[in-house]
Design a protein around this ligand. Structure first.
Ligand SMILES: C[S@@+](CC[C@H](N)C(=O)[O-])C[C@H]1O[C@@H](n2cnc3c(N)ncnc32)[C@H](O)[C@@H]1O
Length: 267
């Protein structure tokens, strides 16, 4: 049930929060459509993504872009409307070891999308390496942190059966673990989840590019990630971990985006 404002004149975050009592599956708009909506309303000028594959997420943003993927499978025009697009066909670890993101983009990225290897320890490294190249107004989006069943969260991809409908191909891996981990160790971050189909979209703002805490604690954090277990943690608890925001509701009231995406430099 979407709590779409007992009082619509009250422009507050609570009117966009999604409260679900039975069905814990993200039923908002598809994440790439949500990105196109963000592009239209936030008008970012620099975009960074890890994991490009066919180019569907890249296509949603029309600004200068840096894309990292060890195996690009571009199957469409992702260049139209864009001044610069930089492709790095390598792993994200190699990219951060060899390249300077801010130098390539000539400034910090406004929007980052982490959608590379679907294993929690990879996403942890992608997060802290990306944060280091961000500015105070940057937002990091992370994909697949709101799985709707256990099958999706396996560390190797297994197809679902027909009962899962169009999402039987969906694979989130265990990246959901990053949300409770960041909550526990980086309470300074502002974390929200949009209910975008098929597997949610986490937005992290109030970033601190100078923070080395996650990198310094990496080995012990990997131990914590291993110990997290979805059967114990439960999908229901994931939905309560941080505010889940209705993407449909925001599309209806785009002026309220500022309540959730703290891209100050762009607004
Ligand atoms: C789910 S796809 C990305 C989909 C794309 N972001 C979209 O929304 O259309 C994941 C991609 O991550 C890439 N990938 C796998 N391991 C990676 C790594 N270590 N570093 C960067 N990308 C990686 C894969 O090659 C694959 O193309």
């Amino acid at each position: 049930m979407i709590e779409l404002g007992a009082n619509l004149s009250d422009r507050s975050p609570s009117r966009h929060l999604t409260i679900r009592k039975q069905d814990f599956s993200p039923s908002g708009i598809v994440y790439t459509e949500f990105f196109a909506f963000l592009d239209q309303h936030l008008r970012p000028t620099r975009y960074f993504e890890i994991g490009t594959h066919l180019g569907n997420s890249l296509k949603a943003f029309r600004c200068d872009a840096v894309c990292v993927d060890p195996e690009f499978k571009l199957a469409q025009d992702v260049l139209s409307g864009r001044r610069q697009t930089h492709f790095f066909q390598m792993t994200s670890d190699d990219f951060f070891a060899e390249q300077d993101l801010q130098a390539i983009l000539k400034g910090p990225p406004d929007i980052c999308f982490l959608d590379g290897m679907h294993r929690a320890e990879y996403l942890l490294r992608d997060f802290y390496n990306t944060e280091r190249a961000c500015g105070p107004g940057s937002v990091i989006f992370m994909h697949d942190c709101l799985p709707s069943n256990f099958r999706m969260t396996l560390r190797t991809h297994e197809m679902g059966d027909d009962n899962e409908g169009p999402w039987k191909h969906a694979w989130t891996g265990d990246v959901w673990k990053i949300v409770p981990l960041l909550k526990a160790h980086r309470p300074d971050l502002d974390i929200k989840i949009f209910d975008c189909a098929p597997t949610g979209l986490v937005a992290v703002s109030n970033l601190d590019p100078g923070s080395t805490k996650l990198k310094d604690m990496y080995l012990s954090l990997v131990g914590e990630l291993r110990a997290l277990d979805l059967e114990k943690h439960t999908i229901e608890r994931l939905w309560c971990e941080v505010p889940v925001v209705s993407s449909r509701s925001l599309v209806e009231f785009p002026e309220d985006l500022t309540l959730f995406v703290d891209a100050r430099s762009r607004l």
